[in-house]
Structure formats: structure tokens, C-alpha cells
Write a protein that binds this ligand. Structure first.
Ligand code: SF4
Ligand code: SF4
Length: 173
């Protein structure tokens, strides 16, 4: 099955569910969208197929420095760079789940945590523990990655990504 189809189905889970029942961007001026032209959001394995298909204006995809091994090869994670506003229908998964992120626990199960990279940026991260966000939103994040982790390449990505997030937490958490 085309991976674009899978991601488009997952995106739909977040059409209704956001971190708070109201638009949290109104409290902070959507500060998480105000990166510079070098900051962006990682695309999960297979997610780039969505953007190859829809080619949205104002979004560019390039290779990031984040690599992981899969199938005997080093894979470079694509990063999506935007212009600070977008059609919500085209938001990548990382934007839909922000400021939460998935990691693997010691039994390779998905655990949803506050993204340590969001801590200096997003006011929600000081106010809420990961289980205090909108319950439907948390369930959607958990469900999305419980589903995705069955793909071997996603699992390989998540192994490396978990180390990266844990290191980030150690140094800056
Ligand atoms: S920075 Fe946090 S509070 Fe602000 S729009 Fe992004 S997720 Fe919502
Ligand atoms: S892609 Fe959209 S939601 Fe994501 S950071 Fe850019 S403007 Fe914000």
C-alpha cells in the first residue's frame, strides 16, 4: 500500500483533535510556526510520499542531518521547511502532534512524551504534563504511532530517534 495513503488517513485523526479544545495558537501567536528558513519538521519514514503527491506551495523538503540505519543502508530523514503559515490540510505529522513526540520504551512500545525541543518554545509544555492534553488528542497521537511502528522502517527510525530525544533531554531537559 502506498505510504501516502497511510499518512493521509493518519492526518485525518488530527482534523478534529488538537492539543487543547480551543486553538492554542491564539495564546502564543502560533510561535511554533515562526521558525527561520533553516528550521523545519522531520518527516517520518514514508511521509514524503504525501508531499510528492500534493506538492503544496510554500513548503520545501530537503535532507536533514538526522540519519538512521535501515535495510543495510544509512537513511537520511527529510525535513519540511515552510514559510510560517500553511493550509492546515497539508501540515505534516510532526506539526499535528506538537508539542508531543513518540519514543520507544525498553520493550519497544510507543510512549508519548513532551518533545524536549518544544520546551523553550511552547507555553503548554510548562503548564501541562503529557497526559493532561486533550484526551482525544493524546489518544490520536498514541494510535498513530501504535499503527506506524508496525512498519519496520518506522521502527528503525524510532530506535534512533528515541536515542536522539533522550540525549536532548539529558543535555537540555
Ligand atoms: S507553540 Fe504550543 S501553544 Fe503555541 S501554537 Fe504551538 S503548540 Fe500551540
Ligand atoms: S507546516 Fe504549517 S503548521 Fe507546520 S510549522 Fe509550518 S506553518 Fe506551522
Amino acid at each position: 500500500m502506498n505510504s501516502a495513503y497511510i499518512y493521509l488517513q493518519i492526518y485525518r485523526m488530527f482534523d478534529r483533535y488538537t492539543p487543547l479544545p480551543t486553538d492554542c495558537g491564539t495564546y502564543c501567536g502560533a510561535v511554533c510556526c515562526k521558525g527561520d528558513e533553516e528550521s523545519g519538521m522531520y518527516l517520518f519514514p514514508g511521509e514524503k510520499a504525501v508531499y510528492d503527491l500534493i506538492k503544496p506551495e510554500g513548503m520545501t523538503i530537503t535532507g536533514s542531518g538526522f540519519e538512521y540505519e535501515y535495510g543495510g543502508k544509512l537513511r537520511r530523514t527529510p525535513i519540511l521547511i515552510c514559510k510560517g503559515s500553511c493550509d492546515r490540510a497539508f501540515r505534516p505529522l510532526a506539526c499535528r502532534i506538537f508539542p508531543l513526540t513518540p519514543v520507544l520504551d525498553k520493550d519497544d512500545r510507543i510512549k508519548i512524551i513532551t518533545d524536549p525541543r518544544a520546551k523553550r518554545l511552547c507555553p503548554l509544555t510548562d503548564a501541562l504534563a503529557p497526559d493532561e492534553y486533550e484526551p482525544d488528542f493524546i489518544r490520536a497521537v498514541q494510535r498513530a504511532f501504535d499503527l506506524l511502528r508496525h512498519n519496520k522502517q518506522v521502527l528503525a527510525f524510532l530506535c534512533e530517534y528515541t536515542d536522539y530525544i533522550n540525549d536532548f533531554n539529558k543535555f537540555f531537559g
